[in-house]
Ligand binder design. Structure first.
Ligand SMILES: [Ca+2]
Ligand SMILES: [Ca+2]
Ligand SMILES: [Ca+2]
Length: 173
């Protein structure tokens, strides 16, 4: 039952994300509204891209993403038991917690995080191991790499990375 609910949420989040997050659904709104809606979530996603792309090459390769995933896993693991619990995952918040509060979207945001977590926790034991984290990032990477050239441009990253999609969908209307 619970699993069914989770997969439904998961599916709808991803479908919602895939079909609405980056399509120009806001095109009928005035430019100023649109600019405002180049949301904080997007800015943070861009910041994350720039952080990983430390050499400013304009694209990310799998090695960089995996290294980054390791760092993130370490920084999430508050009690240093080499596993990331849901609580640790939620507390880390991807730097977006404040935004969610600002926009009154805390609940949607938290739901999105839980969905991502349950997706990443492949064996469903309620702990995210470093290898599960790595695998999640690698499969996200492959999904986001639309032209299949083994690297992600900023556009591919912003459009295809499920974490971005799920969180940004939650933060938006
Ligand atoms: Ca831990
Ligand atoms: Ca697990
Ligand atoms: Ca690519």
């Amino acid at each position: 039952m619970k699993t069914a609910i989770i997969s439904t949420i998961l599916l709808s989040t991803f479908i919602l994300g895939a079909f609405s997050s980056d399509k120009k659904t806001t095109s009928k709104k005035s430019p100023s509204v649109q600019k405002q809606q180049k949301s904080e979530g997007r800015k943070l996603a861009e910041l994350a891209f720039d952080t990983v792309d430390s050499q400013e090459r304009g694209y990310l390769d799998m090695g960089q993403m995996v290294n980054f995933a390791d760092l993130v896993h370490l920084s999430m693991d508050y009690d240093e038991n080499s596993l990331v619990s849901l609580k640790e995952f939620m507390n880390w918040g991807f730097g977006m917690q404040n935004i969610a509060e600002d926009t009154n979207r805390t609940r949607a945001f938290n739901t999105a995080l839980k969905v991502v977590y349950s997706f990443w926790d492949r064996n469903g034991d309620g702990q995210l191991s470093s290898s599960e984290h790595k695998k999640a990032i690698m499969s996200d990477f492959k999904r986001a790499d639309l032209d299949g050239n083994g690297s992600l441009t900023k556009v591919e990253y912003l459009k295809g990375f499920s974490l971005n999609i799920a969180i940004r969908a939650a933060l938006k209307d």
